[in-house]
Design a protein around this ligand. Sequence first.
Ligand code: SAM
Ligand code: CA
Length: 239
Amino acid sequence: MERDSKKSDSSLSKGLLQSEELYQYILDTSVYPWEPEVLKELRKVTATHPRAQMATAPDAGQMIALLLNLIGAKRTIEIGVFTGYSLLVTALSIPHDGKITAVDMNREAYDIGLPVIKKAGVEHKIDFMESEALPVLDKLLENKTNEGSFDFAFVDADKVNYWNYHERLMRLLRVGGVICYDNTLWGATVVMPEESVPEWMKVGKHWTLEFNEKLAFDSRVQICHVPLGDGVTICRRVS
Ligand code: SAM
Ligand code: CA
């Protein structure tokens, strides 16, 4: 696998790391050599989108791929698709007959990434639904056979609903299954005095704090709060 250029990649945020150089070091040394060409291509097409910063970063994608492989995930849920970086990571990591229920209330960005997903030969694993995520999860739960049938979920959408997603995913996931919740440090605002928090981040800070506190006392799960990207909480269902 080819290494990307050594110069700093301005399309990616260093996340919560204190130095651009350190982040670039991680990308150059440990991430880019492993990143499949189709994911590099998807990053390129996403870079033209005005909200490209929303995409999952390649280091987070690498962690998701590792977790999927560790648990042998076959059936997964993706909440918040955008152009599909984390979706394509998942589709490339699960077996040929694996399935992903992917939900986003806006299909426009998905259509930008779709040609790359098709080129990767993994479109058949994806069941994309243009919808609010909660009704999709509720619909899945109407069918009892879906309970405990999913191995993995990646949640990267509206923070206000994280706990609502969690309650539903706890029923859809098998014991031993894993959920990754993204942006659980919300730009480090979780520890900022209120007056320093940018106005547009205040509501998200509130929901993130509430979610993190509830999750820490949820005996159904084992968690690890990873300071990668904007914070990812890995959550394994234990009961
Ligand atoms: N995981 C994606 C990636 O790897 O590029 C990034 C997802 S982006 C941060 C968040 C996405 O969640 C947006 O595409 C948005 O349309 C979607 N979204 C927000 N609220 C939603 C909801 N209530 N139901 C479904 N999708 C939602
Ligand atoms: Ca995110």
